[in-house]
Design a binder for this molecule. Structure first.
Ligand SMILES: C[S@@+](CC[C@H](N)C(=O)[O-])C[C@H]1O[C@@H](n2cnc3c(N)ncnc32)[C@H](O)[C@@H]1O
Length: 225
């Protein structure tokens, strides 16, 4: 796809120009906002982890006994996710390399579709194809959850950054396809990239594990029954 936000496969191979080492979004567990929804029993039935990366979300719901599918553009991420699934003995999770803006083959299959930091990772012109693809893959009444960076999460002068959204922009993209139930402030947790020695730590909010807490929005919607 044109105008990719990042070369995703390079990032998973540890060769990104944007940061050193492993991707900061690889936190080894589902994003805490989404983990809370899993704990609350809100991520039900057969689950699609859209833009799954290492698929911690799909693997977590699969470990709870649900069927899960993870789709990601990066073959390196999918290979890592498959290795993790095998290591954890999970045979109820399918992990596939594919473009979420144009995927088919799962018509009406999913009860819950979760977007863990994918939305802001897509080029703006990819959003509509993404919505069309996932709504076709959703069962009647299915839930849709998006966790995306809020506008202002990154410094204005930063050149390469995700496509942060405000609530109106997020609603406008989703509203033609889903009934939007809620958009609320949330956080995305990310590891802190290594800073050159002697650099003072930036004044960023941290969680109990020392990870950055970055401003985000959490959208919850459903497909009409
Ligand atoms: C910020 S990462 C989030 C990964 C994972 N969901 C997580 O929470 O750790 C964004 C992911 O979206 C994937 N991605 C970007 N564009 C995509 C596309 N068109 N189709 C499928 N996946 C895509 C990237 O490869 C990357 O794994």
């Amino acid at each position: 796809m044109a105008d990719e936000v990042l070369d995703w496969d390079s990032a998973y191979r540890g060769e990104s120009e944007g940061f050193e080492g492993p991707p900061p979004w690889n936190i080894g567990e589902p994003q805490p906002e989404l983990a809370a929804l899993i704990e609350a029993g809100e991520i039900t039935g057969t689950v699609l982890d859209a833009g799954c990366g290492h698929a911690e979300l799909a693997l977590t719901v699969a470990a709870r006994g649900q069927t899960a599918v993870g789709i990601d553009l990066s073959p390196t991420a999918i290979a890592a996710a498959r290795a993790a699934a095998a290591e954890r003995g999970l045979d109820n999770v399918t992990l596939e390399q594919g473009d979420i803006t144009a995927f088919t083959g799962y018509d009406g299959r999913f009860d819950t579709i979760v977007d863990s930091t994918l939305f802001h990772s897509l080029p703006v012109e990819g959003r509509d194809g993404y919505q069309r693809s996932i709504v076709a893959a959703a069962a009647p009444g299915a839930k849709y959850v998006v966790l995306a960076f809020a506008k202002g999460a990154f410094p204005a002068e930063q050149e390469q950054k995700p496509n942060e959204v405000d609530a109106d922009e997020l609603r406008a993209a989703v509203d033609p396809y889903w009934v939007v139930d809620e958009i609320r402030p949330a956080y995305i947790h990310a590891t802190v990239p290594p800073l050159p020695e002697g650099t003072p730590a930036p004044p960023i909010e941290r969680d109990a594990k020392g990870r950055m807490k970055m401003p985000a929005l959490l959208l919850r919607a459903h497909k009409p029954a």
